[in-house]
Design a protein around this ligand. Structure first.
Ligand code: PMT
Length: 324
């Protein structure tokens, strides 16, 4: 009990499936579980287990129970496992765990803020089996959602078709087309403080979607495309607009074109990235330059998680100026 009172914060790393289950059940039959049950200190767990054990419905239900009680999860990371499997369940690197603890000292940058993030591509259907899409994996947007949550925000994540795990704590809505993303974002931004548009939204969609698979009976075929709504533009035009952050994906004249988009779409801030072969899309790293009306910050080249943390820090710094 003395140990439980003494702690200002409790971290269990590595946290096995067993300890997660025992905490969820409120068991207190050894020193660790007794300390956790008897302490009012914030509890953090860094799971480490076989990927199948992590995915098991029992572990997921136990994790959800703890999460609902306010226990914070650091990870798990995904990748090669000691047993030879590949998947989620790896312990975060110690340096990442320490960084997460340091970030939790004192008030967080987005405590009490509501943030909406769009991520991933949109798919525009041509017929029941074909669509127009792009190479976005959703990783940049998902990293931003996770970074905002780590800074205390409540996050709505509107995701195009991606195969990524939901950042713990995010409220996720899955969509397919630009029109669906538009509708989901518009519903989520009412009353939000910040909208971050990291999705690679298709500018055009086929005028009509064929109800049956199109046959190859002519040498050529033409598709008529019509404009999709511009989501970030429509958010910025709202009377109750939040702080609006766009991205600019450019192959050349990156900063110049990003600055033009900042003005044309009436954004508060834009993150410019060079795209194309070996850049930005569907990879874990990126390079971002942030631009706003009278400022610029080069975030350099780094892992998307690191860039996301820096982007959130910049947004938190700019926010009061626009909300005053
Ligand atoms: O998903 P990843 O693989 O991690 O890749 C990340 C990324 C390259 C997709 C991301 O960093 C990025 O650049 N996202 C924006 C892509 C894009 O559509 O850029 P754009 O320059 O075409 O559009 C400008 C802004 O308008 C963007 O904020 C975009 O979300 C928004 N937009 C565009 C078209 C449209 N119809 N509606 C929009 O809201």
């Amino acid at each position: 009990i003395e140990l439980a009172r003494w702690a200002t914060r409790i971290l269990i790393a590595p946290a096995s499936a067993d300890i997660i289950a025992r905490l969820a059940a409120g068991i207190a039959d050894d020193l660790l579980t007794t300390v956790c049950l008897a302490s009012a200190a914030p509890l953090l767990v860094a799971p480490a287990m076989n990927q199948q054990m992590w995915k098991h419905a029992a572990t997921q239900a136990n994790a959800a129970t703890l999460y609902a009680r306010g226990v914070e999860f650091l990870g798990p990371a995904s990748g090669d496992q000691a047993c030879g499997d590949i998947g989620p369940g790896r312990l975060l690197e110690p340096i990442e765990i320490i960084a997460a603890l340091v970030a939790r000292q004192g008030p967080r940058l987005l405590d009490g803020k509501r943030v909406v993030v769009s991520a991933g591509p949109t798919f525009e259907d041509i017929d029941p089996v074909r669509y127009i899409g792009n190479r976005s994996s959703g990783r940049m947007g998902f990293a931003i959602a996770a970074a905002a949550i780590a800074q205390g925000a409540m996050v709505d994540l509107v995701a195009g078709p991606v195969s990524l795990d939901t950042p713990r704590g995010a409220r996720r809505v899955d969509v397919r087309s630009a029109q669906q993303m538009h509708d989901a974002v518009m519903a989520a931004v009412a009353g939000a403080d910040i909208f971050i548009s990291a999705a690679a939204v298709a500018d055009y969609r086929p005028e009509t979607m064929a109800s049956a698979k199109i046959k190859k009976d002519s040498a050529e075929m033409a598709l008529t495309l019509v404009r999709n709504p511009d989501i970030v533009n429509d958010v910025a035009a709202r009377a109750d607009r939040p702080f609006v952050v766009g991205f600019a994906a450019e192959t050349d004249e990156v900063e110049q074109r990003a600055r033009a988009k900042l003005a044309a779409k009436k954004l508060d801030l834009i993150a410019a990235n060079r795209v194309g072969a070996e850049h930005a899309f569907d990879r874990s790293d990126n390079a971002l330059v942030l631009l706003w009306a009278d400022g610029r910050e080069d975030l350099g080249h780094a892992d998307k998680n690191v860039l996301a943390e820096k982007l959130i820090a910049r947004i938190a710094q700019q926010l009061p100026a626009t909300r005053a």
